[in-house]
Design a protein around this ligand. Sequence first.
Ligand code: SF4
Ligand code: SF4
Length: 83
Amino acid sequence: MAEVSVDAIAILQFMEDMLLEIPGESERIVIDRERCGHCGSCVSVCAPMAIVLLDTFVMVDHGICTGCLDCVYACPVGAIEGR
Ligand code: SF4
Ligand code: SF4
């Protein structure tokens, strides 16, 4: 998989900030990217496919997230928090 550049990560961060502005069920899902090991477990359990993992960057589309918290329980390192 291609490495994501710093610029691309900045753009993705901007996109996530924009998505956070969209009213959804789960604005409380927060990912600690320092702790994330990019295993993809959260992506696998997310039924509406609201989580995107691009190389080392993981983000949640809060516009389609249902707030089920399955990703919180699936993360092996506790990097996802439901607030
Ligand atoms: S709370 Fe549920 S729907 Fe939202 S990102 Fe996590 S697994 Fe997906
Ligand atoms: S399950 Fe946790 S460690 Fe794995 S990609 Fe998702 S947030 Fe990162």
